[in-house]
Design a protein around this ligand. Structure first.
Ligand SMILES: Cc1cc2nc3c(=O)[nH]c(=O)nc-3n(C[C@H](O)[C@H](O)[C@H](O)COP(=O)(O)O)c2cc1C
Length: 359
């Protein structure tokens, strides 16, 4: 079932394997190069069902925190992405752009404007640590607008959709989490209010793209700086977080877990993707150490290939629809073909060296 075609909105995916978004830091001045295009093309040729690009910094002055991450706010960057999209399409692939705002991970001195600090919901970068700029309502509106206009660019460039990166402690997740959002206005206070920032982003994006264009949201309980943090302690709390953006027009949710086989809430063995699908009733992608023997705690740790039976079982039982694969696809562009053919011994294992080059 994992390797059979699947229709996501109006696009026909070759199979249910999704390439997880992964930052590669290989786009100087925000421009994806020919090598970047070839890297994605190899995954399309390798029969990945749906490619989600690495996080693309949304066109806002404070979105960036890492070197050589691609952007959309120059003609050269957009031309670079056009090439990426056409390379993937030439190999019959499908591709969604991930839009990313780094929020409190940004520090003064970082590019492109070193005088711009990190922006967060309440100036907090983690509970009790207030070193970032607390966003005003004008800042919030400006940022929402940046997502919407970038989504419009993405549709013009030929992407099949956009994924809003709301996971791992970055800006949107900083609004979601009570540990970092202590605002007292409409964007803070209750769980529903903490979800309002992303809901407004989804509304704004939807108003600027066509109905056929896919709009997804990635979210997680865990944060880069706190693996045990939780946005929701129960399915009821999860419902309050995810239903408002779903109603605003999402086509899918992408539940980012570190170990997809782990139970999410007490009294049930089911994982976050299961609950996401059950509550939202929209297409759900599950991710987190699929096909690897080491969980996603440290991306620099090596991981060997292992069976994907549990993932296949979840899909077959309709617990969620799609499976995203990250590190395994960094190391081996032919992961899907080899897995489909049961050639586990041919797989190239993931090591920290795999990160140095675009294989
Ligand atoms: C090198 C690297 C870069 C990543 N960059 C992103 C990113 O830009 N956006 C994002 O949402 N997740 C990012 N992630 C997380 C992955 O999408 C994925 O959730 C994680 O690797 C777990 O999946 P895996 O166990 O199959 O690798 C990154 C992971 C790695 C290893």
């Amino acid at each position: 079932m994992l390797f059979e075609p699947y229709k996501l909105k109006n696009i026909n995916l070759r199979n249910r394997v999704v390439m997880a978004p992964m930052t590669r830091n290989q786009s100087p001045n925000g421009i994806p190069t020919e090598e970047v295009a070839k890297y994605y093309e190899r995954r399309a040729e390798g029969e990945v069902g749906l490619i989600i690009t690495e996080g693309i910094e949304v066109s806002h002055k404070a979105s960036s925190a890492y070197p050589n991450v691609p952007r959309l706010d120059s003609q050269k960057a957009r031309d670079g992405w056009k090439k990426v999209v056409s390379s993937i399409k030439e190999k019959d692939g499908s591709v969604i752009a991930q839009l990313w705002h780094c929020g409190g991970f940004r520090k003064l001195g970082m590019g492109p404007d070193p005088d711009v600090p990190g922006y967060t919901a309440s100036g907090l970068v983690k509970p009790g640590k207030k070193v970032a700029h607390e966003m005003s309502l004008d800042d919030i509106n400006e940022t929402i607008d940046a997502y919407a206009s970038d989504a419009e660019f993405c549709e013009e460039l030929g992407f099949d959709g956009v994924e809003i990166h709301g996971a791992h402690g970055y800006l949107i997740d900083n609004f979601f989490w009570e540990g970092t959002n202590v605002r007292e206005d409409q964007y803070g206070g209750t769980i529903e209010n903490r979800s309002k920032f992303v809901t407004k982003i989804v509304e704004a994006v939807r108003s600027r793209v066509s109905d056929n264009f896919i709009v997804g949201l990635r979210f997680s309980q865990w944060k880069q700086h706190d693996f045990n943090a939780k946005l929701a302690n129960s399915p009821q709390e999860l419902e309050k977080i995810i239903l408002p953006p779903v109603k605003a027009g999402l086509d899918y949710l992408h539940s980012s877990m570190r170990r997809f086989w782990e139970s999410e809430f007490n009294d049930s063995d089911e994982n976050l993707a299961y609950w996401t699908k059950k509550i939202s009733n929209i297409v759900t992608i599950g991710v987190g150490s699929v096909g690897l023997d080491t969980d996603f705690i440290d991306m620099m740790a090596s991981a060997n290939s292992t069976s994907i039976d549990k993932a296949i079982e979840d899909i077959s039982k309709d617990k969620y629809e799609l499976i995203a694969v990250g590190r395994a696809l960094i190391a081996d562009p032919e992961w899907v073909i080899k897995m489909k053919e049961g050639r586990l011994e041919d797989l190239i294992p993931y090591t920290k060296e795999s990160l140095l080059k675009l294989y």
